[in-house]
Design a protein around this ligand. Structure first.
Ligand code: FES
Length: 204
């Protein structure tokens, strides 16, 4: 895993504070934990901060979460920098997390990586129109439908260069491509439909 650092100062907003709605939500999360264990809410609070900031966690948000939880900022910083689910620099409107772990690599992730390089650029770069950014990640748990990528909250699976390009084209055009397998199968069922348990009647 690459070293994870905060975005440079020129990209950092000076201030961050939860909206009233998010602060009310944060208080509810904190109340779920026993007295003295409020720090356990750090991950959900960072996640909400990332959503509010448009897909990344600015340093000011880290300080804000630390203040709410009564923690030293370094304690929140070390969590934000450890978990790759937290983006430390601005991302595109559509942030592509491309799985490059062995099953996906064996099933064609390298070709998808080339498409990311060609269409989006270097990892963590944002396209000039603000639409896309990408990063290679470790296994996202959908190996049975490899190769795959997560784009924002959706998984796109059984990708080929053609279907991956189509998904990116549709997103760029403001459409909502169908998530899940991009071939003819339901979830991780066999391609083309069920191959077992097809008989309606049980044998005597
Ligand atoms: S290896 Fe890609 S999802 Fe598991």
């Amino acid at each position: 895993m690459a070293v994870r650092r905060l975005a440079p100062a020129e990209l950092q907003p000076k201030e961050f504070a939860f909206t009233a709605e998010n602060m009310a939500w944060a208080k509810k999360q904190i109340a779920k934990y026993p007295e003295g264990r409020q720090a356990s809410a750090v991950i959900p609070l960072l996640w909400r901060a990332q959503e509010q900031a448009g897909g990344w966690v600015p340093e000011a948000a880290i300080r804000h979460v630390a203040e709410i939880l009564g923690l030293a900022p370094i304690r929140v910083l070390e969590i934000a920098t450890f978990y790759t689910m937290f983006n430390l620099a601005p991302v595109g409107r559509y942030h592509v997390q491309l799985c490059g772990t062995t099953p996906c690599m064996l099933r064609g992730a390298e070709a998808l990586k080339k498409i990311c390089h060609k269409r989006i650029g270097e990892q963590f770069a944002v396209t000039p129109d603000g639409n896309f950014s990408w990063v290679e990640v470790e296994c996202l748990g959908a190996c049975v439908n490899a190769p795959m990528a997560q784009i924002n909250y959706d998984f796109f699976e059984d990708l080929t260069p053609e279907s991956f390009n189509r998904v990116l084209d549709e997103l760029a055009a403001g459409k909502n491509p169908k998530p899940g397998p991009q071939i003819d199968r339901q979830f991780s069922a066999p391609e083309g439909g069920p191959t077992t348990l097809k008989s309606v009647k049980a044998k005597a």
